[in-house]
Design a protein around this ligand. Structure first.
Ligand code: ZN
Length: 178
């Protein structure tokens, strides 16, 4: 049976810590942690989850993009583990769009993020990979990378009028898709 861990909630100190780099990807605890994060992302229908969100302070997250009401054109990805991820460079364009977070329930907000980024991370197989990410996937990467540095999406909101409840967000999305 798959055990889904509790999600750390805003206010818990673990979400504000600087997470530790992973030294040995082949360690059994890391392999187990990756499996657990992937299962949790799937169970919670999240598009991303970072290790500190299940109270494991390591530099590791999962990106699992899939289309949603707000992002109907989001690519469908196999859940992908990114270990010791780094943002190498970014384009000039900054885009505001909706985000939510399993650790900040019932809150949605319009968050400014770089539209295009160049990133580096280690794969589960221990290879170092560089990628150019754009749009929704770039947004997920920046949101998850922030979790490794103790930052929540609500910290990135530049105008408090960009903060909404889940119910208000649903109404706005429904109106815009008419
Ligand atoms: Zn989050």
């Amino acid at each position: 049976m798959i055990k889904i861990p509790a999600i750390a909630q805003v206010g818990e100190p673990i979400l504000r810590n600087q997470a530790k780099p992973i030294e040995r990807i082949s360690d059994y605890t890391i392999i187990e942690l990756i499996d657990c994060l992937i299962n949790t992302a799937i169970a919670k229908k999240g598009v991303g989850i970072a290790a500190p969100q299940i109270s494991q302070s390591f530099r590791l997250f999962i990106i699992a993009s899939h289309p949603s009401e707000r992002y109907p054109h989001a690519p469908t990805m196999e859940p992908t583990a990114m270990i010791n991820p780094r943002l190498l460079s970014h384009g000039e364009e900054v885009v505001k769009d909706w985000e939510g977070c399993l650790s900040v329930p019932n809150v949605r907000g319009l968050v400014p993020r770089y539209q295009s980024i160049t990133v580096e991370y280690s794969t589960q197989q221990g290879e170092t990979k560089q990628d150019i990410l754009t749009d929704f996937v770039a947004r997920i990467f920046q949101h998850e990378l922030d979790h490794l540095d103790g930052i929540l999406f609500t910290d990135r909101i530049t105008d408090s009028a960009d903060l909404y409840t889940e119910a208000e967000y649903r109404q706005i999305i429904a109106q815009n898709s008419k």
